[in-house]
Design a protein around this ligand. Structure first.
Ligand code: GMT
Length: 377
């Protein structure tokens, strides 16, 4: 099958999911065309089934806002015609479903019918898409998609609650490539760079936006390090990072916290991590938690959104109400203080992650694509 994938190519979870999906589809013989404004971070281009087409948005002084949707829909039309692409898969509704619909209409005018699958990821529904300034167009473009998927049941429920959706929403959870984790060689990374042998390693990875509740991460860690020797790895970058550094200084724990910024060495960091913290305000899925679990890392998270669908309470970690820092710290210590308990949690975290192995999830997308190709447009 010839598939075009549209996504945000940056460090966000939706771009990671779209890229990993495209790569795996290419390994299974599909021809995959990434149509994005930059090369996706995890994309491997030395693969004959993977193509990358850059969406350029030329600047012009008249434009206060650059017309990205226009450039994207134009590029989609041109690439569909040039490569005889059979299906569009757009990730993140805003504005990709809208641009995809425009491309479909332009192609229809030329007698080319192409189905579009839209995957909803989270903030395109819960934070941004729901804004009154976007809602009309987001509702329209979801309803105009031929197939709609959401990454969790919780996101599906939110979508149906917040928008007037007439389409069936198929839940296809995010996934992880477990083989990659097993085969990874870690020789170049030394645990000693991060912590002393007696110190437990606690990690948080995100885009440091308010929704991640970064101050909670620091405060939970503060309570952990009061009881046991520990270090905190803060991986990622975003608006809350400077405030987080200041909070560490105020709490007198700067020497116990390493801020990595955006890192390409996430796997190495996770391979030495003992506990992952994700106390988010909301999280449609929590891909970062799953990535940690794939490295046998238990997770302390909030119980909001789709997190209970990924992090199983008492098995792969613990869940608490948003903002309940005391309980999260107590649960963290319950896991970390005893080596036997820690190793049991590590084992179970991996076994929960195995349920989300790409091998189990990818056929769900392939089935949907097959159905999409057979519908009358
Ligand atoms: O909001 C973000 O953190 C980024 C966003 C994205 O689109 O990159 O993440 C959302 O999609 C991820 C991949 O499906 C999910 O794992 C995240 O839970 C979700 N974020 C939120 O719902 C806050």
């Amino acid at each position: 099958m010839k598939i075009a994938i549209v996504c945000y190519p940056t460090f966000g979870g939706s771009g990671v999911v779209a890229t990993e999906l495209g790569i795996e589809l290419s390994h299974r013989g599909h021809e995959v065309h990434f149509i994005t404004y930059k090369q996706p971070v995890r994309l491997e281009l030395l693969n004959p089934n993977v193509h990358f087409h850059e969406v350029n948005v030329p600047e012009y002084p008249l434009f206060h806002y650059q017309p990205y949707e226009l450039a994207l829909s134009s590029k989609l039309v041109d690439m569909v015609k040039l490569y005889k692409i059979e299906l569009l898969h757009v990730h993140y509704a805003i504005p990709h479903a809208y641009a995809g619909y425009m491309a479909k209409q332009m192609l229809k005018d030329e007698g080319i019918h192409i189905p579009m699958v839209t995957t909803l990821h989270g903030t395109d529904i819960t934070l941004v898409g729901n804004h009154p300034f976007y809602k009309t167009a987001v509702t329209f473009s979801i309803n105009k998609s031929d197939f709609v998927t959401s990454v969790s049941q919780s996101l599906k429920d939110d979508t149906l609650k917040l928008f007037n959706i007439k389409k069936e929403i198929n839940v296809i959870p995010n996934f992880i490539e477990l083989d990659k984790h097993r085969n990874e060689t870690l020789i170049s990374c030394q645990r000693s760079v991060m912590a002393k042998p007696e110190e437990k390693i606690v990690t948080h990875i995100s885009n440091f936006r308010r929704v991640k509740r970064i101050p909670d991460v620091i405060k939970i860690f503060f309570k952990i390090q009061e009881q046991i020797p520990a270090k905190l790895m803060m991986v990622g970058d975003g608006p809350e990072k400077v405030k987080a550094e200041i909070l560490c200084e105020e709490l007198g724990i700067s020497d116990k916290v390493i801020f990595f910024g955006n890192s390409n060495e996430i796997d190495k960091i996770l391979s030495y991590t003992d506990l992952f913290l994700l106390p988010s305000e909301t999280e449609s899925f929590g891909l970062a938690a799953l990535e940690a679990m794939a490295w046998s890392v238990p997770v302390i998270s909030s119980n909001s959104g789709g997190l209970p669908e990924v992090n199983f309470d008492g098995q792969s970690g613990y869940l608490s109400n948003v903002g309940n820092i005391d309980e999260m710290a107590q649960n963290a210590l319950k896991i970390l203080e005893n080596d036997k308990t820690l190793s049991e949690f590590k084992e179970r975290a991996l076994s929960v992650a195995q349920q989300f192995d790409i091998k189990n999830i990818l056929p769900m997308y392939e089935d949907l694509y097959e159905q999409a190709l057979t519908i009358k447009l």
